[in-house]
Design a protein around this ligand. Structure first.
Ligand SMILES: [Zn+2]
Length: 122
């Protein structure tokens, strides 16, 4: 089973190699979906859950949202395309969320990047 939680952040970026308007500084209201996969716990405080949604919220807010919200992504990530941002997010989250299974980063209402654990290889 998979569980999923949604987050939002606002950030600016420019794409230095883009031939068109994305080479100029602009902003997006990003939507981030964080999905975990694992067994339903049978003991302890997370009994009946894969993970406590509050734990996911704390980890993602501290590691990702606080770092990216209202920032210029180019200061943190080289050539911050949706694909490169989602890889950056995965590397930061995975150590604290070992059952991380999938991320989806929506850059606009119609454009997103999806990264699944199997996309990363062994
Ligand atoms: Zn953009």
């Amino acid at each position: 089973m998979q569980i999923r939680k949604l987050f939002h952040f606002e950030a600016a970026h420019l794409l230095p190699f883009h031939p068109g308007k994305c080479a100029s500084m602009h902003g997006h209201s990003y939507r981030l979906e964080v999905a975990l996969r694992g067994p339903i716990q049978s003991e302890g405080p997370t009994r009946g859950m894969i993970e406590d949604f509050d734990t996911i919220a704390s980890v993602v807010r501290a590691g990702i949202i606080d770092a990216l919200d209202h920032q210029t992504l180019n200061d943190l990530i080289e050539n911050p395309t949706a694909e490169r941002i989602i890889l950056w997010i995965w590397r930061r989250l995975e150590p604290d969320l070992p059952s991380l299974d999938e991320l989806v980063l929506w850059e606009t209402a119609t454009s997103c990047a999806r990264l699944r654990r199997e996309d990363l290889g062994p």
